[in-house]
Design a protein around this ligand. Structure first.
Ligand code: AMP
Length: 115
């Protein structure tokens, strides 16, 4: 837990989040400013600021994030039509909260390339 991290505060319950899934390692909640009909953030409970700080020892945890995202996509009913998983890393890619999170976006047609 990092004291000044928004997502750590959501995970701890200090700030309320609209949680959709959690287990021992993973927490998932709806994005407050959704960019698609389904927009969920899947985060590790352990604080890792970005993919730049992820290490080989985090491989299992990172895999759990992706598997949780796929499960949530199925539960949300977007897996058949399709969905997008995005991990913004650092400011140039649009990262604004420095706690690794996978964006799960679905429920509409996606464009490519992303902006
Ligand atoms: P990123 O820009 O990739 O770091 O994504 C951060 C995401 O966190 C954005 O999509 C925000 O809308 C979302 N966000 C910010 N504050 C909250 C909050 N309190 N609850 C849920 N999502 C949030």
């Amino acid at each position: 837990m990092s004291d000044d991290c928004l997502f750590c505060k959501i995970i701890s319950g200090e700030i309320q989040g609209d949680v959709v899934y959690q287990d021992d390692d993973v927490y998932a909640f709806r994005d407050i400013n959704p960019q698609a009909p389904t927009h969920i953030l899947i985060v590790p409970k352990r604080h890792i600021p970005s993919m730049n700080e992820a290490a080989s020892g985090d491989a299992e945890l990172l895999g759990k994030l992706l598997l949780a995202a796929a499960r949530i996509a199925k539960d949300e009913g977007v897996s058949e039509d399709g969905y997008r998983l995005v991990i913004n890393t650092n400011r140039g890619a649009g990262q604004s909260v420095f706690h690794i999170h996978v964006h799960l976006l679905g429920g509409r047609q996606m464009g490519w390339p992303p902006g």
